[in-house]
Write a protein that binds this ligand. Sequence first.
Ligand SMILES: [Ca+2]
Ligand SMILES: [Ca+2]
Ligand SMILES: [Ca+2]
Length: 319
Amino acid sequence: MKALLGLVIFSLIALPPLHADEYDEAINLIKSGKYKVAEILLTADLAKNGDSVRTRFALGYSAEMQKQPAAAYENYRAAIAVYRRTGEDAKAAERTYERLFAVAPHTKPVFQRAVEFEKAAAAAKTEEERAYYTGAAEALYNHALAGVETHERVAAQPPVGDAGAAPKVLTDDDIEANLGYKLKRHRGGAKRLGRDGHFYMYFDDRLSWREAQEACRKLGGYLATITSKEENDLIASLSDDSFHIGASDEANEGQWQWITGEPMTYTAWDINEPNGERQENFTEFLSKEHNQNRPDPNARWNDRGEWPRNDGFVCEWNE
Ligand SMILES: [Ca+2]
Ligand SMILES: [Ca+2]
Ligand SMILES: [Ca+2]
């Protein structure tokens, strides 16, 4: 408690929030459309006093009013980050959350989950449990504040060409898996290939090829690369649905490459694939059902476009 009080006092000295009058003046200027003047005032304050919840909120609000959602998002996130760090200005923080969820509704479930984890940490019975929930809450806050865009952005903004897909409802597993949090705890649940010791895990999240690769990267891995029949059979065993794997011929049409740069010496293309020329520059594993009557039912590779979203994807880790 003493330490917390010290922190609050220190933050008041080190980071005086925008003076109430100045802040009100800035907000009034924004409301009357005098964005430039307001921003000069706010930017000067930033330069003098550093980030505060109020300045960041007001800058975000100004951007939002000028129909610049990306800049608004950026400043609102910065305001929340200051609030997380200092605990100052709860009222302005509350308003920031409101506006943040309005411009970036995809962040709301992540923040809400973080709050739930914080509550769980407070109610934890053992030290281990408390550490887990605290860590999970922290990771979720960081996730939301870093503007990480995978599932949530996809759910919020269906891209052209895939507009009919239902928005994804986030589950605990989605969020934790996306962070690598649960994964680290349950790495034993990932399948491991005997020969090279690599790990593989199937995710049933509907993402585009590039988003899936980004998700794997954030988890410390990459979209699976397949360089032997043994590896192909293991990956085939992970899911009966269709899913992304990590080869592309985007750089050079017809020259398929694994994203890790490993040579493509082994291939398991389905009959008549690849066939998409310049329209199809990414790879998927076709569904088991699709290939059930083939001579080699595990020869399931198909070239496809980045969109639409696939049923899932497989990440691979070297260790
Ligand atoms: Ca591989
Ligand atoms: Ca191609
Ligand atoms: Ca194809």
